[in-house]
Design a protein. Sequence first.
Length: 236
Amino acid sequence: MKRFILLYLLLSPGILFAQEETYKSKFYLGLSYGTSFSVGDFKDTDLENPDAGFAKNGQKFDLFMGFPIDDKITITEVFRYQSFNTEVEDLINDYKADNPGVQITGRTEDWQAFYLLVGLAYQINITKKLSFSPRFGLGPLFVKNPGITVSNPDGVISQSFNRSSESGFGLGYEIGFGVSNNFGKHFSLMPTFTFSGAYVQIKDVITSIDNVQLVSDYTPKILSFNIGIALAYRFY
């Protein structure tokens, strides 16, 4: 019996280590849904600001993956779709203020953005199941700006605003942190809190203000703060 106990004590560290290795995931795959809060010029509705995006708060959908290099560093990949409603009410109210009693109508579409971000996350363990991970990502994106039209349908006044809808490519980025809470062998809750932006040029956007038309390249500053809940599945 003594020999058996001695043999068990000698082998148990190796057994425990092997179990830890068995349960260390090779990668994880997950889905996320959340809110994107527009900020800065992207949210601005001032016609005098050429970078004004007229964007309301929107939503995001993520398909993400993570490939742990070691116990601390993880390579991350995120495919993200963002959409933002557009603020047209402020424009309508500005025209109504200048033309009391005149009917003003507006029509608009949504901002749409598609990101493919690759980056790194650094894991800081809080407990055995809970961790905190500062992260950043960088990659290409495709953007379609909304068409916006404000006019007087009765033709009483000539004042109007129109911006055409076009699309363009650029470079997107995000920086922030995530939290991982493991439950069971395979599943993890991975909410994220990130600030994202983009450098993009949309060519040949037609802007008409009071029948004066301008064709130019539009360089919107697509800035947002993103909060999302996420569920991931860990593969071994």
